[in-house]
Design a protein around this ligand. Structure first.
Ligand SMILES: *Cc1c(COP(=O)(O)O)cnc(C)c1O
Length: 242
């Protein structure tokens, strides 16, 4: 499907249709797993998407968006109707950009080092705010990926828990690209196990309430494996044009 050839009206209609289909599929996957569909949050991932389409998705009921890049989000933000919609940063965050973003988003899902958490803590404390975040885990242990190595997770959580101005609300992951459903399910279920394990330990100042996993190609599998928040971009807005 070539997006360029679609009219604006068709693109608006597609967004509405896609959101409806995705909500139905999330609900079906949740039911299959014996879960309440209302417990699963649908985030619209809006990187490269123009504000008018994002605003349309919000009019169609989307109340959470995710952006990857600080600069892109800040330049689009004045045009977005965010009164009833939250925004999370989901892309890799450089420490030198922390200052610009922390008071502009509702959560940072991509905290992947003690150093980054320390910078968030420092800046948040200076502003007198508390920044909610998720710790991003590199569940496939891939060299090329962002996210924290598994073996560092518990120690990192402990260190962040001691920092003022930053509050861990859960975990986020992007699994490796999988050839088959079996390996995909293995990564998702491993992630869920870790999430439950940390939650059961009731660590001070760590609030394990959100497990963020699942994207356009795998959100149903993620929901069946315990995801609380799926981050869906291209299945809502169409293929990204960079
Ligand atoms: C782009 C992106 C998504 C959404 O990807 P789609 O495959 O388009 O749904 C989700 N999470 C993160 C961290 C992303 O960068």
């Amino acid at each position: 499907m070539k997006m360029e050839t679609l009219s604006l009206e068709e693109r608006f209609k597609n967004i509405e249709h896609n959101i409806g289909v995705i909500r139905e599929r999330i609900a079906a996957a949740a039911k299959e797993a014996g879960r309440n569909p209302e417990d699963i949050k649908l985030m619209a991932v809006t990187k490269t998407v123009e504000p008018m389409f994002i605003n349309h998705a919000i009019e169609c009921g989307i109340d959470l968006i995710g952006e990857n890049k600080v600069q892109e989000f800040l330049s689009k933000k004045p045009y977005l109707k965010l009164d009833n919609c939250k925004a999370h940063l989901i892309g890799h965050l450089q420490t030198n950009k922390v200052k610009q973003i922390i008071s502009e988003v509702d959560m940072i899902q991509s905290v992947d080092s003690v150093k980054l958490a320390g910078e968030i803590s420092k800046r948040a404390t200076a502003l007198g705010i508390t920044v909610e975040c998720l710790v991003e885990v590199n569940i496939g242990d891939e060299e090329s990926k962002t996210g924290l190595d598994m073996e560092l997770l518990y120690d990192t959580l402990h260190q962040i828990s001691l920092m003022p101005g930053i509050k861990v609300k859960g975990l986020m992951t992007i699994p490796p690209i999988c050839e088959d459903d079996e390996s995909l399910n293995k990564y998702f279920s491993k992630m869920h196990e870790i999430f439950i394990d940390i939650k059961s330990k009731k660590l001070d100042n760590i609030d394990m309430c959100i497990l963020s996993m699942g994207m356009s190609g795998d959100y149903e599998a993620a929901v069946r494996n315990g995801s609380d928040l799926v981050r869906v971009g291209s299945a809502i807005f169409g293929p990204r044009i960079y």
